[in-house]
Design a binder for this molecule. Structure first.
Ligand code: NAP
Length: 275
């Protein structure tokens, strides 16, 4: 069954401008799709034009006003230029979704300083740079909404993911702190913590060595055994929650980290990815 892009009214976010980092692929594209289906104008931003181009075309086909901006969220100057460009093209920025991230499995004992830095700079520093860059505009506009995409792996700890778990724990802390600092500016700051969504990176983890296709039977088995709701998540599952938090339905929600994972972390899910 295909997940709907949105269950919300098609004009729910009419007149609103959403900026989604990492919006050209995976969960970010699902988020951009849901926001566009709820009537928002959408700017997607990441490093690679080959990710942005096809995604922008797909979003435009839904009738939304869409722009694509190249950015490296690890560089504050690049982030500042991104926010300027989105403001020029759309006139404002109402919703920021910090979704861009990267990680890889690595034993901590041999994780290089560069590997550590790459992940923490993308996931945590990048989130901070983007929040700081949109703040003056949102404040001047009389408010805004920031939603960062976190994870659940740091709730228990996750071997081979020291960089990402540390970075996302930082994202959660930043979310709560900015929620308090910026509440009087009417900027709501929340996070969504997805469970397992079979984007390219996750499929790779299920691809047996020496082959180039994921083990679909293993993936199905994993979903039924490790996820209480019995299925993998979809990018749109995350998009719906982001849309909710971005909409007036979330008007009294700030500083929350909403888990959207089919019950997986509570049940100790995702373990099989490491085996
Ligand atoms: P993905 O497809 O690899 O998405 C990562 C995106 O970030 C890509 O579009 C990439 O685009 C962009 N990006 C990476 N480094 C960047 C940089 N330095 N500057 C700008 N953009 C950058 O992975 P995903 O699974 O959809 O993940 C999306 C978010 O969900 C991440 O925050 C991830 O931690 C979180 N999450 C995913 C899962 C899951 O099961 N999939 C579970 C929990 C949390 P470019 O390559 O074009 O830059």
């Amino acid at each position: 069954m295909t997940a709907p892009a949105t269950v919300f009214r098609p004009d729910l976010l009419a007149g609103q401008v959403a900026l989604v980092t990492g919006g050209g692929t995976g969960i970010g594209l699902g988020i951009a799709t849901s926001l566009a289906a709820a009537g928002a104008q959408v700017a997607i931003a990441s490093r690679k034009p080959e990710h942005l181009g096809p995604a922008a075309e797909r979003l435009q086909a839904s009738g939304a006003k869409v722009s694509a901006v190249e950015v490296n969220v690890r560089e504050p100057e690049s982030v500042a230029r991104m926010v300027d460009r989105v403001s020029e093209q759309h006139g404002r920025v109402d919703i920021l979704v910090n979704n861009a991230a990267g990680n890889f499995y690595a034993p901590t004992a041999t994780l290089s300083p560069n590997g550590w830095r790459a992940v923490v700079e993308t996931d945590l520093y990048g989130t901070f740079y983007c929040c700081q860059a949109v703040y003056p505009r949102m404040k001047a506009q009389g408010g805004g909404r920031i939603i960062s995409i976190s994870m659940t792996l740091h709730y228990r700890g996750w071997p081979l993911m020291a960089h990402a778990t540390a970075a996302k724990a930082g994202v959660d802390a930043l979310t709560r702190t900015l929620a308090l600092e910026w509440a009087r500016d009417r900027i709501r700051v929340n996070a969504v913590a997805p469970g397992p969504i079979p984007t390219e990176g996750v499929k790779k983890a299920f691809t047996p060595p020496g082959t180039d296709a994921p083990d679909l039977f293993g993936m199905e088995k994993y979903a039924t055994e490790a996820i209480p709701l019995g299925r993998w998540g979809t990018p749109e599952d995350i998009g719906q929650m982001v849309t909710y938090l971005a909409s007036p339905a979330g008007d009294w929600i700030t500083g929350s980290i909403v888990v959207v994972d089919g019950g997986a972390w509570l049940a100790g899910g995702q373990q099989q990815q490491d085996s």
